[in-house]
Each structure stands twice: as C-alpha cells, then as structure tokens.
Design a protein around this ligand. Sequence first.
Ligand code: 6PG
Length: 240
Amino acid sequence: MKRDIQIFTDAETLAKAAADFFVELSQQCIREKGHFYVALSGGSTPKRLFRILAKEPYRSTIDWASCYFFFGDERYVPHDHDDSNYKTAKELLFDKVQCPTENVLAVPTNGETAQADAELYERTINQTLEADRPFDLVFLGLGPDGHTASLFPGTTALDEKQKKVVANYVEKLETWRITFSYPLINAASHVMFLVEGEGKADVLKEIIDDDNDNHPAHNIQAKHTLHWYLDGQAARQLKQ
Ligand code: 6PG
C-alpha cells in the first residue's frame, strides 16, 4: 500500500484537488472496467467537494451514468432528515447533475431494525458491484476522536472482520449508525481522507506522526493507495 499525504493551502483548494482526483480515477476505471464504484463520506467536510462536482467543468466532464455512488456510513434517520448524509449529497450534488437515480444507492434507514437495513445494504453492494470487485474509491472524514465513517472508538463495529456493512450503536451520541466495516473499506483500491480545520490537527498528528492505533482511523488501509488530503490548519502539527 502506498500512502499519499498532500497538504493544501485552504479547504477550497483541497476540495478541488479531490474533485480532480475523482475525475481522473473515474475516467480510468470507466475506460478500463466500464464502471466506477465510489463511496461518499458524511458530515460537513465533503460539502465543498459536492458543490464543486455539481458545477462546471466537472458537471459535464464526469460520466455520471457510469458511476455508482454509495455511502460509507449513514445516520439511522429518514432520508429527508437534516442529519442524513444522503440528504446532504442529494441537495448539493445529485439534484444538480444528470446522474441516474438508480446510480445513487442510499443506505436504507426505514426497515425493521438498523441490523436488517445494514444486511440489506450489504446485499445491494454485492448485487451492484461485480463479484469480488472492490470499491475503486472510498472517501472518508476524520472526527476529533479519531473515528472515521461510523467506526467510533469503543464500538462493536471495530471488531467486525467478516461483514461488509454493520449497524453500530454509538453510546456517546445515543444513536444508531450504519457503516462500512474495516474489511470493506480496506479492500478498496483507493481510500481518500478529506481533513480540514485546526480541530483535527491534534488527532491527525497522533495518527500520522505518533502512529497511535487507538484511533479507529489509524487502522484504515487501501489496496493501492491511502490518500490524506489535508488543509494547512489540519496539518499544522505534522512533522513530515
Ligand atoms: C458522519 C461521517 C463522519 C465524518 C466525521 C468528520 O456521518 O458524520 O461519516 O465519519 O466524516 O465525523 O465530520 P466533519 O466533516 O463534519 O468534520
């Protein structure tokens, strides 16, 4: 696994670089394999990226009909709830581009239980991606506590070694989440962390410089390259 750490002057430059990488990798995957399979991250950091992809030149450059969008994690709320990662991506990106609705695979959150919906999402992934085809790209964010996706410290999802998608109760948030597991994320060709702001500087130093594996994000890998796209504020404590 290669590691690619890039530090950008500000959050907008970071997001544009991520959009450029998305275009380059999607064109390569579509050319070589016919499709591009990507998982989006949640929270607020990816909003800039979504807004950039929804505008020219990206809007008309990307072959949306050959891209399949999943979500690396989701809050267990209705798709029209303000906390929904799907709602954020739909409003900022998918409502503004010509992406077939069937190409956007939201995490189901209206089933009997979070566990049942996690199992359903795993079946959807297996039915959409060709057999044994990993994700081409998984975007991730980073929480100040070292969580990524919904792999929070001290939660059961950290121990999942078989399943691709699991329901995960997060005590400190008093809420259920659905998240990709380590096996699914770490099987991806490319994994790209998007991290901005001084609030992430401490945890980033502990993960990258101090090699602190108590942080869930520290245990993320990628088959080809693990990318850390950082702005200057988030990277200000890094030695390297
Ligand atoms: C979520 C995310 C989560 C997020 C980090 C960073 O559903 O909240 O997937 O892992 O990426 O908490 O969030 P911010 O980008 O809002 O700082």
